[in-house]
Design a protein around this ligand. Structure first.
Ligand SMILES: NC(=O)C1=CN([C@@H]2O[C@H](COP(=O)(O)OP(=O)(O)OC[C@H]3O[C@@H](n4cnc5c(N)ncnc54)[C@H](OP(=O)(O)O)[C@@H]3O)[C@@H](O)[C@H]2O)C=CC1
Ligand SMILES: Nc1nc(=O)c2c([nH]1)NC[C@@H]1CN(c3ccc(C(=O)N[C@@H](CCC(=O)O)C(=O)O)cc3)C=[N+]21
Length: 295
């Protein structure tokens, strides 16, 4: 048996099209496009590449993109002042400060400075808290994209056993919250988990967000499980080329899983589409409009 591939790229393209439709009607009723500001500190090449693709996707969806590039030695105070300026700018509906930030910057302090209404990453404690108690808010893009793919693949998730491998604030924890909300029975595993293969084997749904290339082997999976691979690691191959690997040994997993997201072309494109979605949602809330439908 070979697992079905979950085409995140195609699903994301559809979502981006729906977002573009909503952005166009927002623009015609409000006289301005929804706006997303992205802040990049330093020269970290993969971050610079992400920021470029976010800006391009933003413009393609009919939204305004504001890019702010700061030098790696920018002070905490200067970065906070930029966040203040973006918070106060009526043309900016969403603010994303690209992580990771240089070591001399306190990330939490920056995240907490962002207006929660403009926090399209969903990283502010206000949005994290709202998610954990089931109130409406802005939900982190990567877990939201994973949930959309799971619901598309499986329909109702209630009663399913899910494991989230990884407990970061940006992926693992909010993913677990969304799965609890969807009435799964959720296990959260991390580096101190005693018997990870045994825990994974019990799960109907496996979300891998570890950052360890191909940690999760095919023979750890329950046959027929749905596997969402969040991992993105560039690994040097024997021939010197670099390959993007996920957290799941994909060729092995293909033999056991029911369905699996590829890397690339799975979760990554969903993250960007959900960022655009969160931006139009934030724009509607800020304008006092009802939540857009179909997103
Ligand atoms: N596709 C996308 O859009 C995105 C992809 N990513 C990718 O997802 C991956 C995870 O990212 P992120 O959550 O930020 O990573 P973090 O490094 O913040 O968190 C990794 C988590 O994995 C756990 N972990 C590490 N080693 C093991 C192990 N051997 N067994 C079990 N658990 C382990 C850690 O446990 P502990 O807490 O105990 O240290 C931690 O909770 C990365 O590859 C990243 O590049 C991230 C964001 C978006
Ligand atoms: N404030 C903040 N918000 C983020 O959402 C955020 C961040 N910081 N820092 C870095 C991580 C990582 N991340 C990705 C987004 C898209 C792809 C993506 O599109 N990946 C493509 C492959 C891209 C390639 O080939 O390199 C894919 O999987 O198909 C990956 C990773 C967002 N992050």
């Amino acid at each position: 048996m070979t697992a079905r591939l979950i085409d995140g790229k195609a699903f994301a393209a559809g979502l981006r099209e729906r977002v573009a439709g909503v952005a166009a009607s927002f623009a015609s009723s409000q006289g301005r496009q929804p706006g997303l500001a992205v802040v990049l500190v330093g020269e970290h090449p993969p971050s610079a590449a992400y920021v470029r693709s976010k800006a391009k996707a933003t413009r393609e969806a009919g939204m305004e993109s504001f890019e702010h590039k700061l030098l790696a030695d920018v002070s905490q105070g200067q970065l906070m002042a930029l966040v203040d300026e973006l918070n106060a700018d009526p043309a900016v509906d969403g603010i994303l400060v690209q992580m990771p930030l240089p070591k001399h910057i306190d990330e939490q302090e920056v995240i907490q400075r962002i207006d929660p209404e403009k926090d399209v990453d969903g990283f502010h404690p206000m949005n994290a808290g709202r998610l954990s108690i089931g109130l409406e808010g802005l939900v982190p893009c990567t877990p939201l994209g994973c949930l959309m793919l799971l619901q598309h693949e499986l329909g109702d998730l209630s009663g399913l056993d899910a494991i989230v491998v990884g407990r970061s604030n940006i992926v693992g924890k909010p993913m677990a919250q969304l799965l609890i909300q969807a009435s799964c029975t959720v296990t959260v595993a991390h580096s101190r988990t005693k018997d990870l293969p045994a825990a994974v084997r019990r799960a109907d749904i496996v979300v891998a967000a570890v950052g360890r290339p191909e940690l999760i082997r095919g023979n750890w999976l329950k046959p027929g499980a749905t596997v969402i691979d969040v991992g993105q690691e560039r690994v040097e191959q024997a021939d010197g080329t670099r390959k993007l690997l996920g957290d799941v040994a994909s060729s092995e997993a293909m033999e056991v899983a029911g369905a699996i997201t590829p890397v690339p072309g799975g979760v990554g494109p969903m993250t960007i589409a959900c960022l655009l979605r969160n931006t139009v949602v934030a724009a509607h809330r800020r304008a006092g409009l009802p939540n857009p439908e179909g997103l």
